[in-house]
Design a protein around this ligand. Structure first.
Ligand code: PLP
Length: 394
């Protein structure tokens, strides 16, 4: 038997994928399970994007592209940054990757030495700590307290910094909490990063999904110094419902981007050519479908949020963005006779046939994550089931 590497033995598999797999297994056995674990929009990719990708293949664009992405796509991304955020980037400061996930993975590979620390606010997206560990780094968690809308403060960041700190991750709008950092909160964090020369990794993948009039501000917009200190991570997966196309990108300092491109040239060669053509259309074509999907998410969220908070022992901050609700269910779990939220979630799946992700997967064990990337009808049925389950156990 061949021993696995030390590096890989530290990695835990994605719990969100595990829950989705378990829900599918129960469904395949004939049970009427509702899965709210998924992290992808339930809409099809807009037709103009599909057509553009199709045309590109017919026109013969089926070969390798430059490792860091097509010039035309980089131009479209540069145009998007300028239009949406007033940010100026050159092509040498952009790399197109196989999804935002791989932009992050490659970034950690090029910035971390063994033992370097990356500060990750909790609750966090499940892949951040694992990717840091895979690059030899150490994740350092700071508690984004529920009382502070799951966000960290400049002071907390300052206290967590050591001589080994290399970077901090800011994910706004956040998966799993749906919270957004304000300009002022970002400025406070930015000041600390400037003083200690800490790289800011700004994951803005949910940028287009904003509700109740909330705005998205990138920390890179606050000053030229902060722009220089920031690598923005983004992509078309969530904004244009293109999860399976695998197109993401990173924008930042030229030296970092070049190193990432060198790694890509030896690992992926390039993001799928056809998908790159789809992404060009996503950014240069009509943005109407993006807004339509946003409106659908907002409508669902408003209805479901209210229903959810009517369940005894459940409290939930109203999401400002993304497509997740992140209720605190500690009291509901206790009142239902469970020792912890993990066993409550397990029973929800087995007895109420609703799959949600336990907050322990995101570093906050009192919460659960429900994705509202499902039809309103299914969402209402799922919340009714949770409500009846909690009532039946009291
Ligand atoms: N960042 C966050 C916070 C996410 O939730 C996700 C996907 O779930 C990603 C990055 C990765 O997105 P992509 O599908 O582009 O790899």
């Amino acid at each position: 038997m061949i021993e696995l590497s030390n590096r890989v033995s530290k990695v835990t598999p994605s719990s969100t994928l595990a829950i989705t797999a378990k829900a599918k297994e129960l469904k395949a056995s004939g049970l009427d399970v509702i899965g709210l674990g998924a992290g992808e929009p339930d809409f099809n990719t807009p037709e103009n994007i599909i057509q553009a990708a199709y045309r590109s293949m017919e026109e013969g664009h089926t070969k390798y592209t430059p490792a860091g992405g097509q010039a035309e796509l980089k131009k479209a991304i540069i145009g998007k940054f300028k239009r949406d955020q007033g940010l100026d980037y050159n092509a040498s400061e952009i790399i197109v990757t196989n999804g935002a996930k791989h932009a992050l993975y490659t970034l950690f590979q090029v910035i971390l030495n063994d033992g370097d620390e990356v500060i990750i606010p909790t609750p966090y997206w499940v892949s951040y700590p694992e990717q840091v560990k895979l690059a030899g780094g150490e994740p350092v968690f700071i508690d984004g307290e529920e009382a502070n809308h799951f966000k960290i403060t400049g002071r907390q960041l300052e206290e967590a910094i050591t001589s080994k700190t290399k970077a901090v991750i800011i994910n706004s709008p956040s998966n799993p909490t749906g919270m957004i950092y304000s300009r002022e909160e970002l400025a406070e964090i930015g000041e600390v990063c400037k003083v200690h020369n800490i790289l800011i990794i700004s994951d803005e993948i949910y940028e287009k999904l904003l509700y109740d009039g909330y705005d998205h501000v990138s920390i890179a917009q606050l000053s030229p110094e902060l722009k220089e200190l920031t690598v923005i991570i983004n992509g078309v997966s969530k904004s244009h419902s293109m999860t399976g196309w695998r197109i993401g990108y990173a924008a930042g300092n030229e030296r970092i981007i070049k190193a990432m491109t060198d790694v890509a040239s030896h690992s992926t060669s390039n993001p799928t050519t056809t998908s790159q053509y789809g992404a060009i259309e996503a950014y240069t074509g009509t943005q109407e479908p993006v807004e339509k999907m946003r409106q659908a998410f907002e409508k669902r969220m408003n209805i479901i949020h209210e229903k959810l908070t009517n369940i005894p022992g459940v409290s939930c901050l109203k999401p400002q963005g993304a497509f997740y609700l992140y209720p605190n269910v500690k009291e509901a779990a206790e009142n239902s006779g469970f020792d912890d939220v993990d066993s409550f979630v397990q029973a929800l799946l087995e007895e109420a046939l609703v799959a949600v992700v336990p907050g322990s997967s995101f570093g906050s064990p009192e919460n659960i994550r429900l994705s509202y990337a499902a039809s309103l009808e299914l969402l209402e049925e799922a919340v009714n089931r949770i409500h009846s389950f909690v009532e039946s156990k009291r």
